[in-house]
Design a protein around this ligand. Structure first.
Ligand code: 4NP
Length: 154
């Protein structure tokens, strides 16, 4: 029995993209019956939305694909996260830079969710529903590729 891998998904507000990434990744591992292998969470680099549920547009797009985000609550990235998590997945290059600047200790690997080739999951907050479709599609493909990479023997 291998130890669970711990993954933290990070965006700016923790109400649009990273809750969706956490929910989609959880649904993929649940579908494989492998929930025990992972500890999953999400957080934001910003503090504006602490304690709030995900944006209704993220809840809706997730529900449309059978993923429930309704129990999630936003939190901000904390200094301990860099020691608690094995891998921290940033949704865009700004989040990546903010995470790298915020880390003073801890061994978490920090990378983009979409890193081959490096690509942002664009911030959908100020746009329309189309942006959330696009976020879902990108997050889903990023989570599938991440799970495949973690399944590959080192
Ligand atoms: P997220 O989207 O980073 O995907 O959660 C945003 C949510 C809120 C804000 C920006 C982005 N905001 O400026 O309040």
């Amino acid at each position: 029995m291998t130890l669970p891998r711990s993954l933290l998904f990070v965006c700016l507000g923790n109400i649009c993209r990273s809750p969706l990434a956490e929910g989609v990744f959880r649904s993929l591992v649940e579908a494989k019956g492998e929930s025990d292998r992972f500890t999953l969470d999400s957080a934001g680099t910003g503090a504006w939305h602490i304690g709030k549920p995900p944006d209704p547009r993220s809840i809706d797009i997730a529900a449309k694909h059978g993923v429930d985000l309704s129990m999630q609550r936003a939190r901000q990235v904390a200094p301990e996260d860099f020691a608690r998590f094995d891998i921290i997945l940033a949704m865009d290059a700004d989040n990546l830079a903010a995470l790298r600047a915020a880390r003073h200790s801890g061994t978490a690997r920090i990378r983009l969710l979409l890193d081959d080739p490096p690509m942002d999951v664009p911030d959908p907050y100020f746009g329309g529903p189309q942006g959330f479709e696009n976020v879902y599609r990108l997050v889903r493909s990023g989570c599938e590729r991440l799970l495949e990479a973690l399944d590959r023997p080192a």
